[in-house]
Design a protein around this ligand. Structure first.
Ligand code: NAP
Length: 252
């Protein structure tokens, strides 16, 4: 009999799911049967994604959430408890860049990126862990990091620091809560075709593709497949790891 990957009966929160990688992840988890909470600061855009998932036959609803704002995180989880009573899967995907060479990088730029890409992961994971432990679910926490956090990138010291921080966070949390049956992992994409990389010129894109072993930039779906693996039964014995989804841009 073919093996079917199913998340039937699971509630999954995907942060930053109103576009790009988060949207692809939300669609993939919904297609596997999860009820997906599509979260972003812009509730209008999140609602449009949730409606489109529902139109395709999935279960989804939007959540207004700013991962960098503790009050917003608390309010979002209050709503999740009221509406669903539990959370099985958290995908920490919300992230921003604010690039610049270190000598010209402002403290504001540093703080903004750390607040969303690292502190946001802490704030949302903390609420998720509380709820998962209370409901005794075999929870899954998956954070979208970046190969930049493993190899660095000029002009992205703030982003690389945040994404490297996520790796230490993932390993530590995995050790803390493994005994509760909750797994904690990260995925590290390389270059993915989204708004974040939309400013690249055709020449820059070609030059990048030449550095990638598989010869092309990734898609949101490429990352979503890896997230689904970690969220599903197939990934049940995997914790504290960083899954490199870079098409071979990084082969350590
Ligand atoms: P994107 O297209 O810019 O989308 C970012 C998403 O995050 C949007 O839905 C945005 O919605 C949301 N967001 C931003 N700040 C937020 C906040 N404070 N609270 C809640 N939601 C927030 O980015 P992407 O390329 O899909 O990237 C998604 C993740 O993958 C990020 O963590 C990024 O670092 C990582 N990544 C991307 C690439 C790449 O090449 N694209 C490579 C490696 C890793 P709102 O603005 O409405 O909140």
């Amino acid at each position: 009999m073919p093996h079917v990957i199913t998340l039937e009966g699971k509630v999954a929160l995907v942060t930053g799911a109103s576009q790009g990688i988060g949207e692809a992840v939300a669609r993939r988890l919904a297609a596997a049967g999860a009820t997906v909470l599509v979260a972003a600061r812009s509730e209008e855009k999140a609602a449009a994604v949730a409606a489109s998932i529902a139109e395709a036959g999935g279960a989804a609803e939007s959540v207004r959430l700013d991962v960098s704002d503790p009050a917003s995180v608390t309010a979002a989880f209050k709503g999740i408890v009221e509406r669903h009573g539990k959370l099985d899967v958290l995908v920490n995907n919300a992230g921003i860049t604010d690039d610049g060479l270190l000598l010209r990088m402002s403290k504001e730029s540093w703080d903004r990126v750390i607040a969303t890409d690292l502190t946001g992961v802490f704030l949302v994971s903390q609420e998720a862990v509380k709820l998962m432990m209370k409901k005794r679910v075999a929870g899954r926490i998956i954070t979208v990091g970046s190969v930049v956090g493993l190899m660095g990138n000029p002009g992205q010291a703030n982003y690389a620091a945040a994404k490297a921080g996520v790796v230490g966070f993932t390993m530590s949390l995995a050790r803390e809560i493994g005994s509760r049956g909750i797994t904690v992992n990260a995925v590290a994409p390389g270059y993915v075709e989204t708004a974040m990389t939309g400013a690249l010129s055709e020449d820059q894109r070609k030059a990048l593709a030449e550095k990638i072993v598989l010869g092309r930039l990734g898609t949101g779906e490429d990352v979503a497949g890896a997230v689904l693996y970690l969220a599903s039964d197939l990934g049940s014995y995997v914790t504290g790891t960083v899954l490199n989804v870079s098409g071979g841009l990084l082969i350590p």
